[in-house]
Design a protein around this ligand. Structure first.
Ligand SMILES: [Zn+2]
Length: 329
């Protein structure tokens, strides 16, 4: 194990009605399986692997049911980090006026802190789209880091094609494509520039905000959807190759510490058939995979990575701590 190598695991807890909104479906059929089934399955997986993960939650989802509230509190009591995934999860957060977007950020944090009785330090924007103007509300409300950038060209192209296809068939997604500038974000954690959240600041900042981009390795997004589609054997092999490359890289002289940010969604551990979900959701291909297949795939990848790298919550990552101390001086 190399202490210079770290990885973090985050789960975006998007309730199923958000998937209906992406795909332009009737959300009145949505159940709360993401919270009632997806979250407990991830807790079981992380406990088995001894990984201290972060759950990025939507404040509005918590306020819709006491059952979600109880689960949120249990997560924080079990040592998981609670992150801010906004107040109401608007996919077009970057297209709202600044006052509204700021409310999404600050109310999300405030409400999640009150509900979970824990400090919320991290923000992940809905749909991976963020903006330089969010820096102020993020810092002023006490966030220590953001983890929204996802510089993955194949994902960007696939999303453009899906959205274009939906438009052809007259269906309207609430998701947005976003600026291609997001593709140029650094692959390793960085202090974000004041002028772009997708660029590292070339100068020291009085108020730094760390940014942890979701990891992409050789064009492959290190996210639950990929592992679910690859299956147990290929995901394990991918984990072994990534681990081997990380370890051999760090052994070279003058190599800087390396970090990987792995992302899941609570719905990644749901199954259309086993959980008897609404058949409209078949448009989401990974929901059609079996639960055992997906759990083994996630476990295989994470287990391989854990052989060489230390899992760490992002609010406790050395870079978060370093720059939060600086900002208080
Ligand atoms: Zn989300």
């Amino acid at each position: 194990m190399h202490s210079e190598l770290t990885f973090s695991v985050g789960v975006d807890v998007d309730s199923l009605w958000h998937y209906y909104r992406i795909h332009g479906l009737d959300e009145s059929q949505a159940s709360d399986h993401a919270w009632s089934h997806g979250v407990p399955r991830f807790v079981e997986l992380f406990n088995a692997l001894e990984i201290p993960a972060t759950f990025y939650c939507v404040a509005e989802d918590i306020e819709r049911s006491t059952h979600c509230l109880k689960q949120l509190q249990a997560l924080s009591q079990q040592g998981f980090e609670i992150g801010n995934h906004s107040w109401k999860h608007p996919y077009a957060l970057t297209q709202l006026d600044l006052a509204q977007a700021s409310l999404e950020i600050t109310e999300g944090k405030k409400r999640l802190e009150a509900a979970s009785q824990s400090i919320v330090s991290g923000f992940r924007a809905p749909g991976y789209h963020t903006h330089a103007q969010f820096r102020e509300p993020l810092l002023q409300s006490g966030h220590l880091y953001e983890s929204s950038a996802f510089p993955c060209a194949p994902y960007y192209v696939a999303k453009a094609m899906v959205m274009g296809g939906m438009r052809l068939f007259g269906r309207k997604s609430q998701s947005i494509l976003g600026s291609p500038k997001l593709l140029s974000a650094p692959s390793q954690p960085y202090v974000a520039s004041e002028f772009s959240p997708y660029r590292a600041s070339p100068v020291e900042l009085a108020n730094p905000l760390m940014h942890y981009p979701v990891s992409v390795w050789c064009g492959l997004p290190l996210i639950g959807t990929l592992f679910a589609l690859l299956g147990p054997q290929l995901s394990t092999r991918l984990g072994q190759v990534v681990a081997w490359r990380l370890r051999s890289g760090i052994q070279k002289a003058n190599q800087k510490p390396k970090h990987l940010t792995i992302e899941f969604h609570a719905a990644d551990l749901l199954s259309l058939f086993e959980d008897q979900l609404d058949s409209q959701l078949k448009v989401q291909p990974d929901l059609k995979r079996g639960l055992t297949h997906k759990r083994q795939a996630f476990e295989g990848f994470l287990q391989a990575l854990k052989q060489v790298a230390t899992p760490v919550r992002l609010d406790q990552h050395p870079l978060t701590l370093k720059y939060s101390v600086n900002s208080q001086v």
